[in-house]
Design a protein around this ligand. Structure first.
Ligand SMILES: [Zn+2]
Length: 360
């Protein structure tokens, strides 16, 4: 059995964890449930039951075949019911029953939740209880390509396995768009800022088209199995969810860029060791024009932009205003308002680590 090299590496780490008896009881596999994450889940399940002497999962034995066909008695696969659009409380009750039954073989029980972000609120609350007190030798695999949509309480109880960006949807395109916006357009003018926003929006448009094509394709696979109106709604929701995830990824890369610049400004690490090692020269160049306060303000600007999009402001407006703010020379006393400092809690370590040479 062959799989993508990166997925293969992740599987190898599961193989080692199983051999050393240190598997966690719940993992969130971030990736396409019908793509890379789904394939990985099948192999992890096979790993639990494979009967080969070495090199498990072998992909040859009866158990491996059953794992791939989702027919193992001890492994339960759960996915949203088409007509209801979500994973329901009845399905979680079935999960609880499944894990409390004695295992048929090998002692392991496995539960795979596809499209885990579609757990409805009631189902998520019940599932949480199971996650909090799991029986021994029980493995939960939650699969989602929209991890931000999962309830944080569920997310925090799972070990996160993020399949590499290239295997996630549009991750590499959005990263490239951020590099292009930050390096290809010169100048700290409003016109340059608007050009950057337009460029990023054009890439987002392409990503949206690609998501639509992908969702259309998925829809054509399941035609005829469902009531047409219900499936329209499901796919519209899925399209919006995937697009939202792409926008979140865009802001993630923008934030990493500004963090790399900030790190360079405070000398907290060479740009080559950041998230954009191949752009180290450009990052150094930008850092050289900024004070610590200005570089920190830029990080907060991205945080603000992300927050504005979450409040349903249009992405186009947020990008235009945000990029203008990134180019602006802000008066010293307005760079760090208390509101900004409070909001960016996860950046507090930058404040702790950094000395501020140019203020006071
Ligand atoms: Zn096998």
């Amino acid at each position: 059995m062959s799989c993508e090299p990166e997925t293969g590496r992740v599987l190898a780490s599961f193989r080692l964890a199983k051999a050393e008896d240190r598997l966690a009881h719940a993992y969130l596999l971030v990736g396409a449930p019908r793509g890379a994450a789904g394939m990985l889940a099948e192999r992890i399940v096979a790993l639990l039951y494979c009967t080969a002497a070495t090199q498990r999962p072998c992909g040859q034995c009866a158990k491996c075949a059953q794992a791939a066909a989702h027919t193992l008695a001890d492994a339960l696969w759960v996915e949203p019911q088409k007509k209801s659009r979500g994973i329901l409380i009845e399905q979680i009750a079935a999960v609880q029953e499944h894990i409390n039954l004695t295992a048929f073989e090998g002692g392991w029980k496995a539960v795979v939740l596809l499209f885990a972000e579609r757990l409805n609120r009631e189902a998520a609350n019940h599932f949480l209880k199971t996650l909090e007190e799991p029986p021994a030798k029980c493995l939960f695999l939650l699969l989602s390509d929209q991890p931000a949509a999962l309830p944080p309480t569920v997310r925090s109880r799972c070990q996160r396995v993020v399949l590499p960006a290239e295997e996630r949807f549009a991750g590499s395109e959005l990263r490239a768009a951020v590099i292009a916006a930050m390096t290809a357009i010169e100048g700290r003018t409003v016109i340059a800022a608007l050009a950057r926003a337009r460029q990023v929006l054009a890439v987002l448009k392409q990503v949206r088209d690609a998501i639509e094509a992908k969702v259309d394709q998925e829809q054509s696979h399941t035609k005829g199995q469902d009531e047409p109106e219900a499936s329209e709604e499901i796919y519209a929701a899925r399209l919006e969810g995937l697009y939202k995830e792409a926008v979140a990824q865009l802001f993630y890369w923008l934030l990493l860029w500004q963090r790399d610049v900030l790190r360079q400004v405070v000398g907290a690490g060479a740009a080559a060791a950041g998230a954009f090692p191949e752009q180290a020269a450009a990052i150094k160049q930008q850092a050289a024009t900024l004070t610590y306060s200005a570089a920190l303000a830029n990080v907060y600007t991205i945080e603000d932009m992300r927050w504005q999009v979450e409040q349903h402001l249009s992405v186009a407006t947020v990008l235009e205003r945000g990029f203008i703010r990134l180019t602006a020379v802000v008066p010293e006393d307005r760079r760090r308002t208390p509101r900004n400092v409070g909001q960016a809690t996860d950046l507090s370590r930058f404040e702790r680590d950094a000395r501020e040479p140019n203020t006071e």
